[in-house]
Ligand binder design. Structure first.
Ligand code: HEC
Length: 100
């Protein structure tokens, strides 16, 4: 059961440097979608749905991952790549369920 999550997660982490070099917010967003689903509805049993979740809540969780107040092997690394503006944009994207 774990392998199904660990495998896609490790592939994505391996790809992170390439994503960062591209330095585009939508590349980062594509990375989120790969795990959390196009509209925030995850296809993976161990990855939470974040679509339609209140944007304040999403922003708070992303900040907590970034500062280390909330720990997760994947999300802690992911959040470190995000600026405050990226986090705001992503929280809005998943809250609204589409591009603005
Ligand atoms: C490799 C897979 C993966 C990627 C990529 C990923 N996430 Fe996550 N995300 C997870 C997992 C797994 C959790 C659950 C963490 C936990 O249990 O604490 C999570 C949790 C979250 C949460 C907290 C949800 C809640 O209900 O508290 C938010 C918000 C979130 N992710 C946003 C994002 C955003 C935004 C991105 C893109 C910048 C992203 N994630 C990229 C796997 C991923």
């Amino acid at each position: 059961m774990w392998l199904r999550v660990i495998y896609p997660a490790s592939v994505l982490i391996f790809m992170l440097p390439a994503v960062v070099n591209a330095d585009e917010a939508n590349k980062l967003l594509n990375m989120c979608k790969a795990c959390h689903g196009e509209s925030g509805m995850s296809r993976f049993e161990h990855i939470p749905n974040i679509g339609w979740q209140n944007s304040d809540y999403l922003l708070k969780q992303l900040r907590a991952f970034k500062t280390g107040n909330r720990q997760d092997p994947t999300m802690t690394k992911v959040a470190q790549l995000l600026s405050e503006a990226d986090m705001q944009q992503m929280a809005d994207y998943f809250y609204l369920g589409k591009d603005k």
